[in-house]
Design a protein around this ligand. Structure first.
Ligand code: AMP
Length: 196
């Protein structure tokens, strides 16, 4: 039975690292809309040209564009047995689109992991990451703006998934191994329910 996992958290929460570890543990692809968009930017596609200035400003790329891009990725053969969605959905309409997309395949979101980190820790981590990786959307100004966008547009998804009993909050302000152990425990807990 396919397992579909949603990962979300503020920028700099370490969700990418945790998502990639969990995806390999579960043997499902990690679908990161941030990575997909960065690849479009690097290849200079039409979508990439639209997305670049939006990403650099710290805002969200319009729902219709991201949803279309995600749909294409989900339809690739490696994702038929489930996928780990990293950084998607980020808005309520995206969450609805994901439900619809999975439903068409007889699938459903099985577990939602929220990697939670406090704002001061995030700002410090992201500014450090910008120095190490040279990401153009990690400047102090965009970090603040991405954080605001997250709190306004994405955090409300927590309530939506909480009501559906899918939501697990993990304290991300700890060493990677400790966070990974909690992530796995949450998935095992959910798996018991999914397979029951
Ligand atoms: P990330 O690597 O997940 O932090 O994403 C980097 C940037 O890509 C974000 O700040 C947004 O501009 C854009 N992005 C990634 N995922 C989405 C999404 N699901 N919806 C809208 N914009 C997105």
């Amino acid at each position: 039975m396919p397992v579909d996992v949603v990962f979300f958290g503020p920028p700099g929460s370490g969700k990418g690292t945790q998502a990639s570890r969990l995806a390999s543990t579960l043997g499902i692809p990690q679908i990161s809309t941030g990575d997909l968009l960065r690849s479009h930017v690097a290849r200079g596609t039409e979508l990439g040209k639209i997305a670049k200035p939006i990403m650099d400003s710290g805002a969200l790329v319009p729902d219709d564009l991201v949803i279309r891009m995600l749909k294409e990725r989900v339809e690739e053969p490696d994702a038929t047995g489930g996928a780990l969605f990293d950084g998607f959905p980020r808005t309520v309409p995206q969450a609805a689109a994901l439900d619809k997309l999975l439903q068409e395949e007889g699938r459903a979101v099985g577990v939602v992991l929220f990697i939670d980190v406090s704002d001061p820790v995030i700002v410090e981590r992201l500014v450090r990451r910008s120095l190490l990786e040279g990401r153009t959307d990690d400047t102090p100004e965009t970090v603040t703006s991405r954080l605001r966008v997250f709190r306004e547009k994405t955090e409300p998804l927590a309530e939506l998934y909480r009501q559906r009993n899918l939501f697990h909050r993990v304290d991300g302000d700890r060493p990677v191994e400790a966070v990974a152990a909690d992530v796995l425990a949450a998935v095992n807990h959910a798996a018991g329910r999914i397979l029951a």
